[in-house]
Structures are given as C-alpha cells and as structure tokens.
Design a binder for this molecule. Sequence first.
Ligand code: IPD
Ligand code: CA
Ligand code: CA
Length: 268
Amino acid sequence: MDGTFVRAAGDIAREAGQFLKHFSDHHKLNVEHKGSNYDFVTNADRESQRLVAERLKASFPDHGFVGEEDNLSDAQVGEILKRDAYCWVCDPLDGTVNYIHHLGLYAVSVGLVRAGKAVAGAIYLPEWDELYTAEQGGGAFCNGKPIHPSDCNDLRYAFLTADISASNPQLKQANLERILRVAMASGGLRIEGSACVCIAQTACGRQDAYWNRGLHAWDVAAGVVLLEEAGCAVSTVYSEPFDFGMKGGFLCAAPGLKGAFREVIGDQ
Ligand code: IPD
Ligand code: CA
Ligand code: CA
C-alpha cells in the first residue's frame, strides 16, 4: 500500500468531523428513534454520511461503500465485506447520544475492507482534534505520531471501557451483568458511549481494553486495522478470530491483558 487509501480516509474523516462540530454549534438537531428505543439518528448523522460517501465516490469511483445510515443488516454487510473488492465502511457519527447531549466523546470512522480484512482506516475525534490512522503493514498513528498499546498485564490494575448498548432488553441485561463482573475485577471501568473513541484510546494505550457485544461493522472497520497495526489483540468476546459478520461481539485489549479480560467476561 502506498498511503493513498489511509490519507484519503484521514482527510475525509477529519472533514466530516469538523462538519459535525460546526453543525452542533450552529444548527438545530432533529433527533429520531431508529429501529429501537435505544437507537437514535439525527440530521447530523445523515449529512455527515452524505459528505463522506460523496468524497469517497469522487476519489474511488470503483470502490463499494457501506454507511451506517444505509440500514443494512449485519449479515448483509458481512457478506458484502467478504468479497474480493474494496469497500469503504463508514460510521458518520459514532456516539450519537453523546453528540445530542453536547458531550465531546464522539467520532467519525472511515475504514476500507477487502476480502474480510480491514486494510486502511481513520478515526477522527473532532473535539480533541485527534486523527487516528493506520494501513496494513504501515503502523498506527495519532496526528502522525506512532501509537502503541499499554503494557498492562494485570487485570487488577487495568483501566477498561465497555458499553451497555444492545437493542434488545435481554442482551442489555446480560451486558450489564458482565460489566458488573469486570468492574469488580479491574482497576477502573468506564462506559463512554462511543465505540470508536474507546477503540482509539485502547490502540494508543490510554486505556487497556474495551469490549461490546452490540457492535456493527461500521463501528469497527477503521478500528480493527488501527488496533492490529498498533499491536493490540482483537477478537470476538469468545476469543474467536474477529469477523465482520459481528456474531461474537468485539473485544480489543493490550496484548498482556487479553486472556484475563476474556476470562472475567465469560460466555454467558
Ligand atoms: C453506538 C456507540 C455506542 C455503542 C453502540 C453503538 P452510534 O454507535 O458506539 O458506544 O454502545 O453499540 O451503536 O449509534 O452512536 O453510531
Ligand atoms: Ca457507531
Ligand atoms: Ca453512528
């Protein structure tokens, strides 16, 4: 790879993120429920996706595109991403609930996947002006500086994040039970409300691990290549290899922590 894809991902994620920051200060947000009571979408999500899709189409007319607001199922996206063709995967605003409440933990994520493998991506945090970028074989960076996971290998000292998420109440309850177990076993646990922020913070070692059973491909496409290039462990919550079909959830961790983290989360 010659850097073309990661540069484009970074430029476009930054442009969309700056658009979101400006939009929040100057425009009225229209907030709607999406599929479930726990899922919201705003005019800012939609406008951001339109911008990202337009920019990518102009630069890479032969590539595919999947955005969260296209409302495809996990199975449909999983199938598209298995194909041997480049497909961009975008979360135009990750952390919509935080954004609605003017809490600065939100991000734009632009990833590129081919044959089931994340090959390049960028996550931009507008309120911190942090751009996280990576491409296969080229390392991981924040604002151009190399990033690495933490060296934590003892769960008792670990600083972790998780999410309640999940659109169905049973899964929500199960997630909360896991969160309780992890909170009791670790040095600190936060629920931040943006998968992309948590992934970026794990990749750069500010936090030690993150897991969520309710994510979709657009939440993690850029994050997977960022984490892998930084040197983090990435898997399902059952320690199976990560798969964009998203059936087994998502777990990422500093390399020394993966086993212990996975053990305390458990299968149920
Ligand atoms: C959500 C956030 C949240 C996570 C949810 C995601 P959205 O993304 O990342 O932290 O718990 O599972 O769906 O809807 O704000 O893009
Ligand atoms: Ca998201
Ligand atoms: Ca989103």
